[in-house]
Design a protein around this ligand. Sequence first.
Ligand SMILES: Nc1nc2c(c(=O)[nH]1)N[C@H]1C(S)=C(S)[C@@H](COP(=O)(O)O)O[C@H]1N2
Ligand SMILES: [Mo]
Length: 206
Amino acid sequence: MSSPPTIISPDTLRGSPRDRTPPGQQLTAKWPVLHYGQVPVIEPSAWSLRIWGLVECEVTLDFARFEALPKVNVKCDIHCVTHWSRLDNTFTGVAMKTLLDLAKPLPRAKFAIQHAASDPDEDWTTNVPLAEFAGEDCLLATHHDGRPIEAEHGGPVRAVVPRLYFWKGAKWISGIELTDKDRPGFWEVNGYHMHGNPWTEERFGW
Ligand SMILES: Nc1nc2c(c(=O)[nH]1)N[C@H]1C(S)=C(S)[C@@H](COP(=O)(O)O)O[C@H]1N2
Ligand SMILES: [Mo]
């Protein structure tokens, strides 16, 4: 099997580690665990992804169909709104663009609302403008640095949107809803920013 192509996130090409560290962030080599609620433990055989809303064809993929799609490696940096950044991560999975191309968003679709399985079952969501969500470096990942993503980090499948703060990637992702209007998700309702650009410190407030 040939290895998947590698995409380097544009922010990771900014230069030295210092140039790659947004204002107000501290570098860490560890990978902290952050989320609301308990870790839902999801077997790959029980995982599925639904893409719906303003799309030409609603799509539901089980893990086997997801695994059969072309893979990519994405090299990127992680910036958490709680002030830690972790450089040089390699995530492997399916490019968001590949998944969106299956569903074919309608021209009036402007936002992607990610939905996640959660425990308690609360429909955890987060919102990203579709143009950014479809970015070349965005993916649904099954692996990090060559190893399967553990349940506590959102396995079996989590979203990664490298150019926004890390909360804009759903762990345990279960759905992508395309909408014409922006809608705050879980952390956004709790005060986090609607957009979340780490370079301009869009941490809190709308
Ligand atoms: N389903 C779900 N995804 C989530 C969250 C959450 O509470 N639930 N928290 C977000 C936040 S605030 C961060 S910083 C990252 C943390 O990912 P990590 O635990 O793998 O570092 O996941 C994001 N994705
Ligand atoms: Mo976070």
